[in-house]
Design a protein around this ligand. Structure first.
Ligand SMILES: NC(=O)c1ccc[n+]([C@@H]2O[C@H](COP(=O)([O-])OP(=O)(O)OC[C@H]3O[C@@H](n4cnc5c(N)ncnc54)[C@H](OP(=O)(O)O)[C@@H]3O)[C@@H](O)[C@H]2O)c1
Length: 409
């Protein structure tokens, strides 16, 4: 038997907390669990506002604890559970708020956390899981974009295992297992190019949220989908890759690959390139994060090599997509610049989705916010959350100024 394909018995049982269970990554995670219920036990599920979906997940997966964002969500969750017919004696403990997220992420009952809350709201709980030495399947990219230095230091000090779920980093993680890290000259992340890859720059001021949400290859939450349309998402991934694999930004390249089948490539010093290829389905990296260092049967159909296919690779357009370049610059600058980058982008994306600003103004709001918030060295998660708050407030002002037509750059 080959080294990487041990018997099924080598796969260990895992007890999970799923942060963001009602989202795109969360529901895919629960599908992986559903397909391998002999391998996984769900200890806790955490959602934001979608009490209806959470109630259905509780009825199916029977966690010990369920968390929602607010007391209103908790009341609605109770109503949905009543309506579901699940006897009260089978209900989990029901709680709400950020402290509850931290508690279920660090609970002694679990060994693994899937971190799939969107935004910096997922940071304190993910950090707690790391402090408790858990395995963290990390989907939430804002954790490393906002607090990479602190998070990676905590991983080293507390023996936590950070296994990336983002498909590109998951691909890189797999490629890096093949050779000596010292012999790697480049990490190459692929990008689909988003829905506006072929849209002329002159047409970009007029694109709508609906068009931007129409991602060509991935079905994801709305924030990451808009970030994919501006290539901000790829910029975040460059930052994430620098932290995860200890590369300077100059050693991380982006290549446009519209088919999204090759997820990442590693170039070794001798010019050999290894690529990680698999079905375009997030259940692949999620399952890997749960089974690593072992492998389990594919959760989705494998690539069919009998049917013809064509794969393209193109350089990114840094002029048309300025947020990608800005991400490199923020990571080079260090300090809290990447935290501001993420916070400002989140506000700008929200404003774009609400129709308050146009597509091109997303990058402008982010640039203006970065120019107004001085970078500093955060020493704690509290410091990060302070920078995040300050940056959001500044970005909101920039949005308001634009919406009122009184922009001064
Ligand atoms: N989707 C992908 O394919 C993909 C790929 C790579 C990386 N990621 C990253 O993974 C993360 C999740 O992405 P997604 O696409 O799954 O997003 P999504 O579909 O929008 O789901 C976000 C999840 O976070 C929950 N949530 C939001 N605010 C919360 C709060 N304050 N407290 C508790 N829960 C909260 C939401 O709950 P409710 O829905 O109940 O409000 C939902 O369960 C993001 O950081 C994204 O960048 C996603």
């Amino acid at each position: 038997m080959m080294a990487d394909t041990p018997g099924k018995d080598a796969l260990r049982m895992r007890t999970l907390t799923v942060l963001g269970s009602t989202g795109s990554i969360g529901t895919n995670t629960l599908d992986v669990v559903r397909r391998n219920s002999h391998l996984y036990r769900v200890y806790a599920l955490a959602a934001g506002n979608n009490s209806e979906r959470l109630a259905a997940q509780i009825a199916e997966f029977r966690p010990a604890v369920a968390v929602v964002a607010t007391s209103d969500c908790l009341s609605r969750l109770t109503e949905y559970l009543d309506a579901s017919g699940l006897p009260r004696r089978d209900w989990p403990e029901l709680v709400c708020g950020p402290e509850a997220l931290v508690r279920i992420a660090g609970a002694p009952e679990i060994d693994t956390v899937i971190s799939a809350i969107v935004g910096v709201a997922g940071l304190p709980a993910t950090y707690e899981a790391i402090l408790r030495g858990k395995r963290v399947g990390l989907a939430n990219k804002e954790v490393l974009v906002s607090a990479g230095c602190l998070v990676m230091q905590a991983v080293r000090e507390h023996g936590a295992e950070l296994v990336p779920v983002d498909s590109e980093h998951n691909g890189a993680h797999q490629c890096l297992r093949a050779g000596n890290r010292q012999a790697v000259s480049k990490l190459i992340l692929t990008a689909s190019g988003g829905p506006f890859r072929n849209t002329p720059r002159e047409a970009l001021p007029f694109v709508t949220p609906g068009e931007a949400l129409n991602h060509p290859t991935w079905k994801m939450g709305s924030r990451i989908t808009i970030d994919s349309a501006t290539l901000m998402n790829k910029g975040f991934e460059v930052i994430e890759a620098c932290w995860l694999f200890d590369f300077p930004p100059s050693q991380v390249d982006v290549v446009i690959h519209p088919q999204s089948s090759v997820h990442a490539m590693i170039e070794y010093t001798d010019g050999s390139v290894l690529a990680q290829i698999c079905a375009t389905d997030m259940r692949m990296p999620i399952q890997y994060a749960l089974t690593y260092p072992e492998r389990a049967e594919a959760p989705v159909p494998k690539i069919d090599w009998a049917s013809a296919r064509q794969w393209e690779f193109l350089p990114p357009d840094f002029v048309k997509f300025p947020l990608l370049k800005l991400a490199y610059q923020c990571q080079e600058a260090g300090g809290s610049a990447t935290c501001t980058l993420n916070a400002a982008d989140e506000i700008a994306v929200e404003a774009f989705l609400q129709g308050r600003i146009g597509y091109l103004a997303i990058a402008e709001v982010v640039e203006e916010t970065l120019a107004r918030i001085p970078s500093r060295t955060p020493r704690s998660v509290g410091d990060i959350l302070d920078v995040d708050r300050e940056s959001r407030a500044s970005a909101r002002e920039r949005v308001t100024a634009r919406a009122a037509g009184t922009v001064t750059v």
